[in-house]
Design a protein around this ligand. Sequence first.
Ligand SMILES: Cc1cc2nc3c(=O)[nH]c(=O)nc-3n(C[C@H](O)[C@H](O)[C@H](O)COP(=O)(O)OP(=O)(O)OC[C@H]3O[C@@H](n4cnc5c(N)ncnc54)[C@H](O)[C@@H]3O)c2cc1C
Length: 602
Amino acid sequence: MNTYFNYETLKFILHDVHRMNDILKGDRFKDIDSDMINILLDGVKDYCDKELFPIFREMDEKPAYYEDGKIHVHPKVGEVMTDFGEMGLIGGHFDEEFGGMQLPHSVINAAYTIVSTANNNMSGYPGLTTGSASLITTFGSQELKDTYVEKMLTGQWAGTMCLTEPQAGSSLSDITSSASANEDGSYNVKGQKIFISGGDHEFTENFIHLFLARIDGAPAGTKGISLFVVPKMKINEDGSLTPNNVKTIADFQKMGQRGYCTTHLAFGEDGTTQGWLVGEENRGLKYMFQMMNEARISVGRDATAVSIAAYHASLQYANERTQGRKLKKSGKKDASNDPVKIIEHADVRRMLLFQKAVSEGALALIHEASSIHDRGYQAEGDEKKNLHLLLELITPIAKTYPSEKGKEAVDNGLQILGGYGFCTDFILQQYLRDVRIMSIYEGTTGIQSLDLLGRKIPMDGGKAVQLLVAEFQKEMTRAKAHENLAPYADKLAGGMKTIEGVLGKISGHAMQGEFEKYLADATPFMQIFSTVVIAWQWLKMANTAQEALSSGELTYSKEFYESKIHTMKFFYKYELSKIEGIANIFNDDKFLTLQLENELII
Ligand SMILES: Cc1cc2nc3c(=O)[nH]c(=O)nc-3n(C[C@H](O)[C@H](O)[C@H](O)COP(=O)(O)OP(=O)(O)OC[C@H]3O[C@@H](n4cnc5c(N)ncnc54)[C@H](O)[C@@H]3O)c2cc1C
């Protein structure tokens, strides 16, 4: 069978780089140890090898579709929901009172990394169910918890997030779906939601929609949005189910993730649809941000997973395909020599190392985010607040870097296959189509970049950035203890200086109230900032690898650790160096994207 990920790298990042054992010291995880975690992950890998990877191409070739008012998906989708429920992959990190196992988020994230490398069509169905059940447990009434959570965590019922409307995508303040209060405490909801992932199909008996709407008379803008639970099937007192007039009126046929259905739902048309308020009125968007932030990290993880799977497919090809000959010292080719495997060519190695540097760097960042989440969950006082700030800062980067660079990485993977990469007989074209959505949903790259520069950098007087810099310093100090790594500590310091320089140039605009100018190049700023963040993660991996090599306490082969250090060097040489060029954008004070009449874009 083809290899779609490197299990050792995942375990290295989970256990060694991000020190799972430190997380497990907390009281919440007292019944969990690393052996249990490895057994769970072994089980997930086995399931993915046998059940999910073999149908990955089939789900693309026979996509989900809409016919006669119904969405048809691959039959495995229903099984995955219940199998994942049994394996603890939907509710594994929930409190025991909800039937959860109180597993660290990092473990669930590692499990889903395996799932998404095997078949990225599948992870969203259970993943959104987890996120919506979590919204109910955090903000919902006891009645909502008792009614919905258990059946969602077992996979019997699915959850969705219903935000987007035809006129309200990036700008959720423009939502017009409505809710009118009934005397019994429920609401009649009305409106259309588009692009709803996993919104309906025949293999799950109920869909629990977490639905944003305005209660009659609510204030305009984001301050007037409330959150509702709107089930496809209402639950009667005896537990039987009655349709709630949620109609699936269409689906969206897509270029990628074609096995993951995307639906158009109508609520409250030709009859009433009942919903139940979650938490307080008009605080819905604030609540929904819990799910959106979790989903942003999940999207980053899935983008990472697709890049990893593409890397392994192109690596395998590069080790099999023979083409061309090595140059002799004279610079000439010797036609009498046998052709070589293409992995022998420097340019092919450059593309492979680029894929590895991007995808493993992104994987380390995704797990950094989970680790901060797990530590923050157990911390108290200032430490809790600081970890929360750090996670807030990292979230848009963890979503954007893997999505944007993932596209480039997969594209390089396709290039390694030459003409075959362009052909449907080979898997790379599917990965390239699949990865394309990641920089769009859960907030586009443009929106994430505005969030980073406009909200997260200035947050709390720049405190989050200070905390991140302190984390960088820790790795720089570690690196300085090793002769081969010390120069990279200086390079990371150089990256920090570049960021500082850019912020120094643009912050004046913000201080003068010229926010359009301050934010005009938020996306190039994201490119610089996220590259430095990944450089930090690579230094962390290289430090961990070097410390293992120096101590002689090796869990994996010597080559495994050396390959991590080598890839770190590649990242610094080929990727970190690019930020200087991008920073030059900020040296030019002509605002070409602002000082322009629309008529000039012709
Ligand atoms: C396959 C798929 C699955 C999805 N799943 C879900 C789901 O389950 N639930 C759900 O609620 N939604 C879902 N969505 C919706 C998704 O979140 C939106 O498509 C996305 O947020 C962008 O909104 P939009 O498509 O309306 O684009 P628009 O908001 O119209 O944006 C178009 C372009 O303009 C840019 N832009 C917009 N506003 C600004 C601004 N203020 N400043 C700078 N640039 C800006 C954007 O970056 C983008 O490049 C899904 C979408 C897709 C395609």
